[in-house]
Structure formats: C-alpha cells, structure tokens
Design a protein. Structure first.
Length: 66
C-alpha cells in the first residue's frame, strides 16, 4: 500500500470506532428501555397506544446495522 492510503485509513479509523461505540450504546439503551417498559406494564393491561411505545424501540434497534 502506498503511504497516502495508509494515512487516509488512519484518519478514518477513529470515526469508524466512534460510530461502532455509538451503535453499541444505542442498542443497549433500546434493550433497557423495552425491558423497563415490559416490567412496568406487566401488572397492567396493554392498550393500543401502549403498543407504539413498545414497538418504537424495537424498530429502532432492528433498523440499526450490525
């Protein structure tokens, strides 16, 4: 590889690492949020508007690329 390509890859590596860390944190929060909502609603009946609250984090989590 020539030196220019190596410098370019070294420049974008921190960006890729930061994006991976952000994705990991967002997925963790989505799982935490769904778990907390399910725990809270376990003693109550779930209505139509409550389903949106449950579905939104699942869709966001599912739409993130691994």
């Amino acid at each position: 590889m020539n030196e220019e390509k190596i410098r370019h890859l070294e420049m974008i590596q921190p960006i890729i690492s930061r994006m991976a860390a952000n994705s990991f944190y967002l997925k963790g929060w989505a799982v935490t949020l769904v778990t907390a909502l399910l725990t809270y609603k376990s003693t109550q009946t779930i209505g139509g508007s409550d389903l949106i609250i449950f579905i939104l984090p699942i869709v966001v989590y599912g739409s993130m690329k691994m």
